[in-house]
Design a protein around this ligand. Sequence first.
Ligand code: ATP
Length: 308
Amino acid sequence: MNDKEIILAARGLTKSYGTRQAVKGLDLTIIRGECFGFLGPNGAGKTTTIQMILGLVIKDSGELRVFGLTIPHDLRAIKSRLGVVPQNDNLDPDLTVLENLLTYAGYYNLDSARARSRSLELLKFFALDNRRDEVIQHLSGGQRRRLLLARALVHEPELLILDEPTVGLDPQARYLIWQRLKALRDNGLTMLLTSHYMDEVARLADRVLIMDQGRIVAQGEPGRMVTELVGTDVFEIICDEREAASLSALAASCSARAERVTDGLFIYAGHDCPLLEARVRETARWLRRPANLEDLFIQLTGRLLRDS
Ligand code: ATP
């Protein structure tokens, strides 16, 4: 990592709200050109961390540097180089699609010719060029989200922060956004992505950090972490208690982990075990699939609701 340029570095970052410790000593490094997935269940401390990066929340202790500059001292300079896609739509409803971009470009002092050419280029990139004179109320959820993305990129930021960029969108709209984010990543844009959609993060992120209750529980390259911590294959079997107990014992003898969830049994296997596989095939309802990031997330953070 030494020869690579560090875009963001947090060391021992903490933040409490009253007696509640939201972030408990976070260390985090983002390298130029990577898409960094920032994951955690509700209340893990992700939003608080992002708000500290944006200067909206003041850290209690620790160090936070972006582009080698410090927060809060150099906040203005840092923010001019950041692009932010908020979860909540804060487009200006009184302006058209193009006017939203031009107004935003004005905040970053782009000259009018550059602002216009950049805006038109981004509208094309996000398949919104046929909507440029439309008022915001006439756009679909997916179009609004694409416009938020275009707006965040108008001043050519060096780090794009994406707070759940596809939440609430239909599969087609999500897919289009994934394609565009992938193109941006392949073009070398550095991204910090928070999302509760594990398939989204698995597609886009080069590295992920999983936090829970204010602390890091794991970080690394997603595919490798899944293989190392979960395994390669997952069997999902619908079965009664007796069958679950017998399969769990067999799984243990193959060094595979079994987990009973309501009327199902999950078996996470790191290598082939013909005996176990033959036994699973005898059950009435089962499937075998590759282990994924969601399995890892659940293994590390549990299945219990966090907002209850
Ligand atoms: P989510 O996925 O639900 O957005 P998160 O990982 O972003 O969760 P945070 O919003 O950072 O988590 O919350 C971390 C903890 O801090 C939670 O326990 C939350 O209730 C608490 N918290 C967040 N903001 C405030 C606030 N302004 N005042 C008091 N407590 C807060």
